[in-house]
Design a protein around this ligand. Sequence first.
Ligand SMILES: [Zn+2]
Length: 484
Amino acid sequence: MAECSEAPGDDSLGYSYGIGADVASREDRASHLSHFPRIRLRAPALAAGATAVLIAVTWLAMTGHKATAQQTAAQQVSYSGAIPRSLPATGVGDDGQATPAAQPADTWKDFTVQRGDTLASLFQQAGLTAAQLLAVVHLKGPVRQLVALRPGDQLRIRSDAQGLLELRYPLDALNTLVINRVGDGLRATVAHVDPSRRLVIASGVLYTSLSSAMQRQGLDYSMVAAVADIFRWRVNFHRDLRPGTSFSVMYQKLYRGDRLIGNGPIVAVQLHIGDRSVQAFRFDGGHGDVHYYDQHGRSLTPSLLRTPVHYIRVSSPFSLHRFDPVVHVWRPHYGVDLAAPAGTPIHAAGDGVIKYIGPAGGYGNLVEIRNFGPYSTRYAHMRRFAKGLHDGSRVHQGEVIGYVGETGEATGPHLHFEIRVDGVPHNPLKMRLPDGSPIPRRERARFEAQIHPLLAALDHVQTGAVRLADSSDHNGAALLPAMN
Ligand SMILES: [Zn+2]
């Protein structure tokens, strides 16, 4: 077992988009991306490549549309409670003084919550009673949010001589809490409005950094980071990207009426790097099983990760002939040392079963996973293990199995990581990784039907064979019609 030289790092491989990218903050990743090649563009023609174009895409082919409608129905949950009859006509003043409830019948009163307002004070202003306030507060479910009003919140109340008829309180851009009088009681429901979704495409050419090129096309940091995430196993963002690399990103924008309320997921994305083109399509296999696949239905995530920790640098490379700095003898280094701060989470590189977990000599605290087929992985020098794991535990790719430390023969905190094939160690940074699971056979036809119009759209953007948008929205991305 040879671990842990802090020898000159072999970071030239640039495989820093390990699973750890998932645990880094958006800002971390975004700032990382701003270090993409910053080379001056020589061919001025390329500068003209930043165009947003308008294409008709059959939205009905997209997934998620039906599901949203079903969710809407499911969200119409009611919460009922009794309301006192023959309510005393008193207000809810904290001075205990009764105020007359001279209430004109059936009119809306609108309130904008001010600092210091409470539901009680608003009810008082609306001429409602303490008993009515209690009846509302005792309703279960989303009514909780009413109790924690914030300045700026909007509230509408309609009442008659008997008291509260209806209360409406927007919970967010798409959901409104509605309390109605029904018979002798009150009922709370959440009225949900589906956003309208518009598919937009942002397209451009890199001439300083991918990050800035994308931002010029209205894609924010989180979108840039998402693109890097999607391609992190197919594209080396430090080495491969050159001026002239072009991108097209198709994603959803969510609207309520004409108001943009946020971005939906990236639906398809394409990079052209030299003569090479890489594409990714989002596919929802149901049960929350959403992944990105290439146009052939191959997963963009290999079934084993090269670097199962968000590391700072490679502190010691894989080597079959290496001088060990700790014990000063020549011996091979059967893994790669990934330096990271103590306590950094370590993720399972692939699905599998824990074959060993515990202290193991020079390895320190070690986890060995039998992954699948001939593949197994080892993770050494952990400070501690994730809770609840034991020999025989089943783990999934990306699951946290422990934390970086320097137990065993180690000169600093790092993960010593090995991938073995039939017990023979391979260089995790250079070996060919086993492919991820492809689109299941039964979903194949649905996948192809879904990506067909997207592929056509990406092709058209890339070749410029579509007319330019007459108008684009304020973010510079063209809107694609026929949504929803
Ligand atoms: Zn090592």
